[in-house]
Write a new protein. Structure first.
Length: 442
């Protein structure tokens, strides 16, 4: 199978490194997340579930712009709604009717929502949620999960990150995921001081398996928070609309006070939303929060069209089923090559890991080899499935996955740090994931 070269991408990266800190920032900053020789750094165009880099290489995209692409790039329905709005008005001095229509639509769609507020990025709304909880309770402290990601504002980043100071964490309490007893201890140790508990509906850290909530976890959390007047914030920025159209909390059966949405809400157009219960509407109104482009109407029109289309297609179910099909095939191929591929998280947003090499280096090389053959996988982050991925894409992806194992078997001198299993089990096994299971037993 042909492998890709990235000469135009590399040349552009050299130019970028001179004028942009780090060349490419964020998740796709080369070290330590992606080996530079195996990945493209600049895309020229995209359509459906695919993109083409500046060297003309074609990729089936399993990162989906890190989540926003949910109906496929250049979706005609969403793009037509956006284009129509852009012919009328986008950024203006005052808000557009689309803002009201989108808020009304979300209030109908999301059972816990009595109101909605719009911004651009996930961190805009996780920050606004925390400010709203503080305004409502008059308390300072926030409980969050170890390894839980909520954006890049200093309080959200891990202590020790560059530019983050101790004071930024003074009011943050971090506890382990799936540990309601730790939450109870935090509440007991800080009586009357905790404004909010913020967590994703299920735990999806980087460089580690995703973890579903254990049975009873959200019930226990919810009742502890209610008892102590603490606001429950569901950070649904990443998995929102890939598990349930009403918010991922509906999938797991709990009722937050505030839900943060971003990524899949606009199929790539820049918009995020905070929705909340009536009891917090006045507090939200008192918090001053806005930005230069937060009234821009194009992304609101796109979000309305995107959500309606996702609902019409039963998007979350479709993505779960598509994801499961691909993952089952991948697990079988890995097994045929003598490896164990562990799948965790929702099939519409899976995290994968070859367990034979705990250093994750083999997994990183495997993802790189797949990418160089046209299946765009990263090794450190969960992947995303869209409704635009097709059976043909999956067939091609499985062929690529198979070929990548063969290529690595031919390069034993490179560090794989694994011991190939003496004999591979013959029977195909299903990927262990959560199509039907909403919680896991501990
Ligand atoms: C769960 C979660 N919350 C918040 C954010 C921050 O979103 P943004 O990068 O749009 O600010 C992210 C981004 O990946 C996320 O996954």
């Amino acid at each position: 199978m042909k492998t890709y070269e990235y000469s135009a991408s590399s040349a552009l990266f050299q130019r970028a490194a001179k004028v942009i800190p780090c060349g490419v920032y964020g998740h796709f900053s080369p070290a330590p997340c992606v080996p530079i020789e195996q990945y493209p750094f600049f895309a020229a165009r995209n359509k459906g579930a695919r993109f083409w880099d500046v060297d003309g290489n074609e990729f089936i995209d399993y990162m989906c712009a890190y989540g926003p692409m949910v109906l496929g790039y250049m979706n005609p329905v969403v793009d037509a709604a956006y284009a129509k709005q852009m012919r009328e008005a986008d950024s203006a001095s005052i808000a557009s009717p689309r803002m009201v229509e989108l808020a009304e639509y979300l209030v109908d769609l999301v059972p816990v929502a009595d109101w909605a507020f719009f911004a651009k990025n996930g961190a805009d709304v996780t920050n606004y949620a925390v400010m709203t909880a503080r305004a409502a309770t008059g308390r300072k402290k926030i409980v969050a999960i170890n390894g839980g990601y909520h954006g890049t504002t200093p309080w959200m980043q891990a202590p020790g990150h560059h530019g983050v100071i101790e004071d930024d964490h003074k009011n943050m309490i971090r506890i382990p995921w799936n540990d309601a007893a730790a939450l109870e201890r935090a509440i007991d140790d800080n009586p009357g001081q905790i404004a909010a508990f913020i967590a994703s509906p299920y735990h999806h850290p980087v460089f580690a398996d995703s973890e579903m909530p254990v049975e009873g976890y959200w019930n226990r959390v919810q009742s502890l928070l209610r008892k102590h007047g603490i606001v429950l914030i569901s950070d649904d920025v990443r998995c929102g609309f890939r598990l349930d159209m009403g918010g991922s909390n509906e999938y797991f059966g709990f009722k937050p006070d505030l839900i943060c949405f971003c990524k899949a809400i606009g199929n790539g157009y820049p918009i995020s939303a905070l929705v909340g219960a009536d009891a917090l509407k006045n507090a939200a109104a008192k918090v001053f929060h806005t930005g230069s482009y937060w009234f821009s109407a194009g992304p609101m029109a796109a979000a309305l069209a995107n959500l309606k289309e996702l609902k019409r297609l039963d998007g979350p179910r479709v993505m779960m089923e598509k994801g499961q099909k691909l993952l089952d095939g991948m697990v079988d191929i890995a097994r045929n090559h003598g490896y164990t591929l562990k799948v965790s998280g929702a099939p519409s947003m899976p995290y994968l890991r070859i367990t034979d090499d705990p250093s994750l280096m083999f997994h990183q090389r495997l993802c790189g080899e797949c990418t160089r053959r046209g299946a765009f996988f990263t090794s450190h982050h969960n992947w995303f499935i869209s409704t635009a991925h097709t059976d043909k894409d999956f067939k091609r992806t499985l062929d690529i996955f198979d070929d990548a194992f063969k290529a690595l078997a031919e390069k034993p001198s490179e560090p794989t740090a694994r011991a190939k299993k003496a004999s591979a089990p013959k029977a195909p096994a299903k990927a262990k994931s959560a199509v039907k299971k909403r919680t896991v037993k501990k």
